[in-house]
Design a protein around this ligand. Sequence first.
Ligand code: BG6
Length: 470
Amino acid sequence: MAEQSSDAFIFFGATGDLAFKQIFPALRGLIRDEKFDVPIIGVAKAGWHLEQFRARARDSLDHHGGADPDTLRKLLDLLRYVDGDYADPATFSRLRQELGAAQRPLHYLAIPPTLFATVVEGLAASGCATNGRVVVEKPFGHDFASAVELNGILHRCFPEEAIFRIDHYLGKEPVQNILYTRFSNPIFEPIWNRTYVRRIQITMAERIGVQDRGQFYDATGAVRDVVQNHLLQVLAILTMDPPTGEQSEAVRDEKVRLLKAVRPIAIGDVVRGQYTGYRSVPGVSPDSTTETFVAVQLHIDTWRWADVPIYLRAGKKMPVTATEVWVEFGRPPRETFAEHVSPVSSHMRMRISPDIDIGLGLRVKQPGERMVGKDVELILTRGGAANLPPYQRLLGDALHGIGQLFAREDFVEAQWRVVEPILGDVAPLYSYEVDTWGPQQAARLLGPEGIWLNPAPPALAQAQDTANVQ
Ligand code: BG6
């Protein structure tokens, strides 16, 4: 499809949580910053009318930073609302009417995947899918087979280039900065391989628990919630080969090639944990065995990465909220200065959230007569959270038909293939205390020499120039 911009924005699940937390704030940003000016139609089955829907939009913005009067007025003017059952063809006839002269609608499915087929078929039967695009939210399926099935449902009405599978990590500025830093500085490429890199770690730690999402989370768990998608996206960007050519698909092609070389995770390479108190969260089963923490070891079977151990870890109720990547470089072949050197003194640290850092860890001599050094970090970039929120960035791209920052069908299927063996209760579940770094057993994965590199709290990370090794 030519990259013409969509001329209407429709979101299903318009009265739900995602709309409240992400979609209205993203629309505010698009109206304010990009003069977005097409009908915005919410669809839901809530028994609401337009004024209630507008009040919801106002409430959402009040909770998420407010809006200047012009932007708010514009948003409220653009809003339309269709109330109805997704299984009822009349709902889609009303939607077609509301679309008026619009010919290229963008449909956002902010609804449970179990409703995708019904909605997509309703869109097709009513003509609303014609020349349209569709945005779908994660989790995209719950295993390999269901992802293939979902892709089949979407493809019945939309070609692949009209499908935008959201992973909001791809809309994060620092994730794009990993790609940029790697491929705009030729000094990194010669050392970005098994000869110089001895280990890679990626930690996604969150202080929050599962909050009010108990029911969703209990059916999902950490592997499906963040490893299959966010962490494998980050890993692919970190380890892929350089994209070649100018085509817009070059980056996605290389990411898929990399992910296809990641070995499906062995059961012995996973440690699962659950925080104390999780089972009393509303919506969570009292004898739940869902993991709220997971640590895995991965292997990439390529010439570049063979035998480099790669560790991913994600958990709720950890001591800090931070997502951080560590690429640990090799040690000097012998200790020339007979001093004790931290095993991770030489590294590249990339902090993705909530604040942003790229630091290159090196060792320099301390002034004095003795040949004794200290670890320092050369900070390549540092900052607070990016000012373009991921959802605004991604919705803007989808509206313009730009797919690079969305997960392609082959990538999603490759992601599921990697995690498939460790879905469910395949490995023991250990409990861990709130405000700790997960169960002790996670240390086992690293072997006797390894240590998990725990991200520092945001304020501390900004203040310190040396590696935080715990
Ligand atoms: C979501 C997960 O995709 O990402 C949540 O469903 C998680 O469980 C969230 O809290 C984290 O996103 P961020 O942008 O705060 O790192």
